[in-house]
Design a protein around this ligand. Structure first.
Ligand SMILES: Cc1cc2nc3c(=O)[nH]c(=O)nc-3n(C[C@H](O)[C@H](O)[C@H](O)COP(=O)(O)O)c2cc1C
Length: 211
């Protein structure tokens, strides 16, 4: 698959959070670079570009992170009521070692100095910008036939230490990135009965939130 083959709507429809479909091959460097270029073209508040991408391929680091996430999964599972725990048990929540590549996306609130045009009244706009870079990355990867799985079952301090983020740089995501056999047609969480998508008509309001 190649980026030129898909319209943006097709990439949006095809995109999935991938956990179980990684082939075990490593995404090649040229493809990875195109995907990162797409991420780096995201809009950002005040053009601050507050993101960085740490590409992790050392198997020992992937293993350490996977072990940490496994512990967090157990904590989450044990806090669920029994019926939800039974629904959760078969759900895979990461493909850290299988994907072979992790990308830690981080956020630097200090990038661009204190006067960020557009961030004065809404400080979260910096994080919003970083997340837009992630969505660009996700869609570009999809167009390349490369899967992305967002992992957030981690203690931010642990991930900060694992990849050596400097003081003041926050981790926003661990993305598992790798070639896939296929993209599922529906989200795992729907297929496993955890939560379904809301109809668009429930999400769209007219004039006020209550409209
Ligand atoms: C901020 C964020 C954090 C997420 N964290 C996890 C995670 O830790 N583990 C996981 O399996 N999926 C995670 N996901 C993926 C969601 O479960 C997934 O996007 C959702 O179920 C919809 O499925 P789809 O992306 O295939 O459409 C995360 C997604 C987002 C946007």
């Amino acid at each position: 698959m190649c980026a030129d083959d898909l319209s943006v709507y097709e990439a949006i429809r095809l995109r999935r959070d991938v956990r179980a479909e990684f082939t075990g091959d490593i995404v090649d460097d040229a493809t990875l670079w195109r995907i990162l270029e797409a991420a780096h073209q995201a809009p950002s508040v005040g053009n601050s570009q507050p993101w960085d991408f740490v590409v992790v391929r050392d198997p020992a680091t992937l293993r350490k992170f996977a072990d940490h996430v496994a512990g967090k999964r157990v904590e989450f599972r044990n806090a669920l009521p029994p019926e939800r725990a039974a629904t959760f048990d078969p759900i895979k929540i990461e493909g850290i070692t299988e994907s072979g590549t992790g990308i830690v996306v981080s956020y630097d609130h200090g990038r661009g100095g204190p006067q960020i045009l557009g961030r004065a009244t809404v400080p979260e706009t910096g994080i919003y910008s970083t997340v837009l870079a992630i969505e660009n990355l996700w869609l570009a990867a999809t167009a390349e036939g490369v899967g992305v799985g967002w992992v957030s079952f981690y203690d931010p301090a642990f991930l900060t230490g694992l990849v050596g983020l400097p003081e003041g740089i926050r981790p926003v995501a661990w993305l598992c990135v790798g070639p896939v056999h296929r993209f599922q047609r529906s989200p795992d969480l729907e297929r496993f009965g955890w939560r379904t998508r809301r109809p668009l008509t429930d999400a769209v309001h007219r004039e006020t939130y209550h409209g």
